[in-house]
Design a protein around this ligand. Structure first.
Ligand code: SAM
Length: 222
């Protein structure tokens, strides 16, 4: 069978007991970056064999991996941080396993968008997860679509593009739309900053480039 194993997005204490047991017991761990995962495994004294599985080789390797699982191998898939498949490799392998009737289990665990959404104070009973916006082609279309949504929506963004993204969201959704920037979740310098889109754009413009990893949460079109 195939396990999808979420790993910490910052604080190593967020790994679950079950994740540790599964990572110890499987025949092989498929990792987005074997160096990153090796450090995590070393920290927890886990010696399971690692194999590279990332966006650049997953198209070519899913069939072979699924065959090995069919032949009896038990494997775990991890990404660098958070839940595999969420803005990370995973979907193609899971789809292939599901097609072949292989049992797939995703362990519950760390992911960045849930704590950002819940801590934002914006309605979280219904929401849309956007992940990363396209950098160029299709960006305006996505922004227009997001601006029209009635529910809270969630974006992943890099620190370098944060101000530009907040300014574009402000143009499309209006400057007074409530929003929140969640930065460095579960880490020492965690910051959850609610404000309007214009207020947040102004704040991060004045502060200079925000450091670390970022989730943007925006209220729906009321
Ligand atoms: N698979 C991951 C998940 O389950 O959330 C997401 C991987 S995606 C490649 C990485 C993006 O997730 C970052 O650019 C950032 O937007 C967000 N992210 C990851 N860790 C974060 C953290 N500690 N605080 C805020 N955002 C984070």
């Amino acid at each position: 069978m195939l396990y999808l194993v979420p790993t910490p997005i910052g604080n190593l204490e967020d790994i679950t007991l079950r994740a540790l047991r599964v990572l110890k017991e499987v025949d092989c761990i498929l990792a987005e970056d074997t160096r990153t995962t090796r450090k995590l495994l070393q920290h927890f004294g886990i010696e399971t064999q690692l194999r590279s599985h990332h966006a650049h080789n997953e198209h070519a390797s899913v069939t072979a991996i699924a065959r090995q699982i069919q032949d009896g191998a038990v494997m775990a898939l991890v990404s660098d941080a958070g839940t595999p498949g969420i803005s990370d490799p995973g979907f193609l392998l899971v789809r292939e396993c599901v097609r072949q009737g292989i049992r797939v289990e995703c362990l519950p665990g760390p992911t960045a968008f849930v704590p950002a959404l819940v801590a934002s104070g914006l309605p979280c009973d219904r929401f849309h997860f956007e992940g990363f916006l396209p950098h160029k082609k299709g960006r305006q279309t996505r922004l227009q679509y997001l601006a029209s949504l009635p529910n809270t929506f969630v974006l992943y963004e890099s620190p370098m593009r944060l101000v530009k993204c907040l300014e574009q969201l402000s143009e499309h959704c209006g400057p007074d739309r409530p929003a929140c920037v969640a930065r460095e979740l579960s880490k020492v310098h965690e910051e959850v900053k609610p404000d309007t889109l214009a207020g947040l754009a102004q704040y991060y413009k004045t502060e200079g480039v925000a450091k670390g990893e970022i989730v943007i949460v925006v209220a729906g079109n009321a």
